[in-house]
Design a protein around this ligand. Structure first.
Ligand SMILES: [Zn+2]
Length: 220
């Protein structure tokens, strides 16, 4: 047992010595780099700024986040793990809104640059939707615009991020007229998502999606 341990230690030391002596110094010399400039183009940064304003202190907006930093494959065997891992290896999320304290990803946002759908774009959308659905990450799609309504963005995000309260929204039950309260789904397909429910529960079971009703309103 001891001799095996010694052999392993010797091999590890040998590996590091070889790497340090020969590989690092020689190989890196051939590779020079230049800066690529801004991380986002003008349209992407315009949306980024709108998003940061909408999120405020309730979240941290990260951009171009590698998918493999956000999700990991769930696979029963090595082969499936490698296939699943390869699928996401080179992809990234355009924007991820994270919890400000824990930096846990809360919502992924795909920014559609408005270019025509081609094979690459369709493949990307398919992958994104599958990954997010399978990992339980809410995905919001945003299309390119000349200007962004911060209030509208905030409403879209409000369903997924606690604390973001759309400006003093008061809703009344469409069935009985009582005030409605905001609750968070604790199970099911929409787990973690917030919704309005009648305050007279369980006598009245009327509920409303947080988003849908808001989205019709474009008064801002
Ligand atoms: Zn009611």
């Amino acid at each position: 047992m001891e001799s095996v341990f010694i052999v392993v230690v010797v091999l590890v030391v040998f590996f590091f010595v070889v790497q340090k002596r020969f590989l690092k110094q020689e190989e890196l010399k051939d590779s020079e780099y230049k800066k690529k400039g801004a991380l986002l183009n003008m349209q992407e940064s315009a949306f980024y700024n709108a998003l940061v304003t909408a999120v405020g202190e309730h979240g941290v907006v990260l951009t171009k986040v590698s998918m493999s930093n956000v999700v990991a494959p769930v696979a029963t065997n090595k082969k499936h793990w490698f296939i699943a891992n390869n699928r996401i290896a080179k992809s990234y999320f355009d924007y991820v809104v994270c919890d400000p304290r824990t930096l846990e990803p809360r919502v992924a946002i795909e920014f559609d640059n408005g270019k025509q759908l081609d094979k690459g774009k369709i493949e990307r959308h398919k992958l994104l939707m599958h990954v997010c659905k399978s990992a339980g990450i809410p995905l919001i799609g945003a299309t390119i615009k000349h200007s962004y309504q911060v209030g509208r963005l905030r409403r879209l995000l409000a369903a997924h991020i606690d604390l973001i309260e759309p400006d003093k929204e008061v809703r009344f039950c469409k069935r009985c007229g009582s005030p409605m309260v905001i609750k968070t789904a604790s199970s099911g397909e929409h787990k973690g998502r917030r919704f309005f429910t009648c305050s007279r529960q369980p006598h009245c079971t009327y509920t409303e999606n947080y988003n849908v009703v808001f989205e019709e309103d474009s008064s801002e």
